[in-house]
Design a protein around this ligand. Structure first.
Ligand SMILES: [Zn+2]
Length: 226
């Protein structure tokens, strides 16, 4: 029994030791932002006029079937937020606007997602954290800029089949053209795509800390400043 307890203790210690450094306080984030203003976290609704939100992890409408966020919020570091604002402007000339499914994701949620599923190839490993935890990744789609209606992009969000891959070409030409337009504009703006998720983009410079500041804290600090 004692040996088992010691073994469990060892496993638990190793698991903790494998966790990466994470910034958990607003003060630490503000220190980062004072050193480089591009690292400040920005509330996307304030930074990008006409932006639509459908934050799926704040609803049960996500692959876990349960809400993972207490509130629907979309925050990004300042540099990618400014770049996303430029993409929104460019899309307007095509009659489209951006809708955000997810942006900054607190590190604790990445841990919860990892524990909630055995399909680990679809979720970020907490040992590394994700670009969403750094506040530099965004999951987006296109909507009609006038009606806000979602545009057909071939699959829905968090579709884990081949048809969500950028190299999947058995789709209507218009759908492929929309994926191509979004990818071109995002890459020109400084984001990278990933092969398996047409909706995911992350900032090319990944030199940002992992963050574990809850949305409620960010919203409260943001509200005091507004
Ligand atoms: Zn993503």
């Amino acid at each position: 029994m004692l040996r088992l307890l010691l073994l469990c203790l060892l496993v638990a210690t190793q698991a903790t030791a494998q966790m990466p450094p994470v910034t958990s306080s607003v003060d630490a984030l503000h220190r980062e932002a004072r050193a480089d203003s591009g690292h400040a976290l920005v509330r996307l609704q304030d930074a990008i006029p006409g932006l639509k939100l459908d934050i799926r992890y704040a609803t049960p409408n996500n692959f876990t079937g349960k809400a993972q966020y207490a509130i629907a919020a979309a925050w990004l570091r300042q540099k990618p937020a400014q770049a996303l604002a430029r993409v929104q402007q460019q899309l307007a000339t095509h009659g489209y606007a951006l809708k955000v499914y997810d942006a900054y994701r607190p590190y604790a949620v990445t841990v919860a997602l990892w524990r909630s599923t055995t399909a680990h190839r679809f979720v970020a490993n907490p040992r590394k954290g994700s670009q969403h935890n750094r506040g530099i990744a965004v999951d987006i789609t296109l909507v009609d800029m006038h009606t806000g209606a979602e545009i057909d992009m071939g699959t829905g969000y968090d579709n884990f089949t081949d048809s969500a891959h950028h190299n999947f070409k058995k789709l209507p030409a218009l759908v492929l053209a929309r994926r191509c337009l979004l990818k071109e504009l995002m890459e020109q703006a400084g984001f990278n795509a990933v092969p398996n998720e047409w909706w995911h983009y992350h900032w090319r410079d990944k030199n940002y800390t992992l963050l574990n500041i809850p949305f409620e804290t960010l919203e409260a600090v943001g509200a005091r400043r507004r």
